[in-house]
Write a protein that binds this ligand. Structure first.
Ligand SMILES: [Fe+2]
Length: 385
């Protein structure tokens, strides 16, 4: 099939720049009268919750707070948020935080106007009707949730992660304010930033990539690889934070349109079974999946190596492509991440179960540029140990 046949989606509007949060006042007023404010509970001590509530009130909106949820939430927590929105008569949902808060907010908005529960809609385009309008405000530069159609939930009892993917979940407005990311600690800056790098590398090399997604994904790789070490070294570096938030936005657009590949597929069981945070689990796998995938798309991986500052001139195409994985390993060594899965308490016997569980995510694995057998997947996990 020609790669020139494609369509391209994202949030309806984006407002980017220092101070963008203040736009919540007039923008929210144009959407509704009563907002469900879904905000990451870890942000409540930083004054952001009060600031957002004040902006909504200044815009003439009543504000209904929902912050009783966990990181990488359960589907039932989205049901609870939707019930709160329905009971209170909310006509707008505002999500502020990282991926967990924004995913929960997006799901609550569609669940508020649909009959089923979140668990009923895990899959692709299963939500029958549009939901409430949504405004997303990211406080990390990583998830891209502010522009995607996806909300991921973890069912801890059955150790399963699953995503609701619905065209009704593209946000109506994303307010991207880099000032909100200045206080993100170095560890979270690194892992969320590497999640964004995964979105960029995976969407750029996905078999579903198209000319539009390539544009945004490659620029995201350039921005993130150049600025992530700066943002980790000095969180108050506003230009680096701006570039990271822009890189994360562009990577999210790549993800929303070309999908992700084996990194995200193989990382799902690490999160679902061992509770490893999403960005960290992806980071542990990224260079090893890239090395494996290099043969499946040598030109694109060579381009990634160049964009990340390597000069593989003179090498054969295979080694040029593998240089991209070396560039990521080098980047990760600057960021002070754990050494590998063993350091994250994943037991060696996990290698017997992980390959089948990772490859079972067929909808994601079918995007991978190189076919991966169970033995290949096991070798990737082994390399990540
Ligand atoms: Fe991700």
């Amino acid at each position: 099939m020609s790669s020139r046949v494609f369509d391209f989606h994202g949030a309806t509007r984006y407002v980017f720049g220092s101070g963008a949060l203040a736009r919540l006042e007039p923008e929210a007023a144009s959407f509704g009268r009563k907002a469900l404010l879904v905000i990451d509970p870890s942000l409540s001590g930083q004054g952001l919750q009060a600031q957002a509530a004040d902006l909504l009130k200044a815009g003439g909106l009543e504000c209904v707070l929902f912050q009783d949820f966990t990181q990488e939430p359960e589907p039932a927590e989205a049901d609870a948020a939707a019930a709160r929105a329905r009971e209170a008569g909310c006509d707008l949902v505002v999500g502020i935080g990282g991926g967990s808060a924004m995913d929960l907010a997006k799901a609550a908005a569609v669940l508020a106007l649909n009959d089923g529960r979140a668990a009923d809609y895990v899959g692709v385009n299963l939500v029958p009707r549009p939901g409430l309008p949504t405004i997303m405000v990211p406080t990390t530069a990583g998830t891209g949730s502010e522009v995607t159609w996806t909300a991921v939930f973890t069912t801890r009892a059955s150790k399963i992660k699953g995503g609701i993917n619905s065209r009704f979940m593209f946000p109506d407005l994303a307010l991207l304010d880099p000032v909100l990311t200045l206080t993100l600690p170095p560890g979270l800056t690194a892992t969320t930033g590497l999640d964004a790098l995964c979105h960029a590398v995976e969407s750029y090399t996905s078999v579903k990539a198209n000319p539009m997604s390539d544009l945004v994904a490659l620029e995201a790789i350039r921005l993130i690889s150049a600025n992530l070490p700066l943002a980790v070294a000095d969180g108050r570096n506003l230009p680096a934070r701006e570039n990271m938030l822009l890189g994360s936005l562009l990577a999210g657009l790549g993800l929303a349109n070309a999908g992700v590949t084996a990194v995200h597929a193989l990382s799902y069981p690490l999160g679902a079974i061992y509770g490893i945070p999403h960005g960290l689990a992806n980071a542990m796998l990224l260079p090893h999946v890239m090395r494996f995938n290099a043969l499946g798309s040598p030109e694109k991986f060579s381009t990634i190596a160049r964009v990340m500052g390597m000069d593989p001139t003179g090498l054969t195409s295979k080694y040029q492509a593998q240089a991209a994985s070396e560039a990521v390993l080098d980047l990760m060594s600057d960021l002070g991440l754990p050494d590998g899965l063993a350091a994250l308490d994943v037991p060696p016997e996990a290698l017997d179960d992980l390959p089948a569980k990772g490859l079972a995510l067929a909808r994601v694995m079918e995007n991978n540029p190189r076919a991966m057998t169970p033995a290949d997947a096991r070798a990737v996990y082994e390399a990540a140990f």
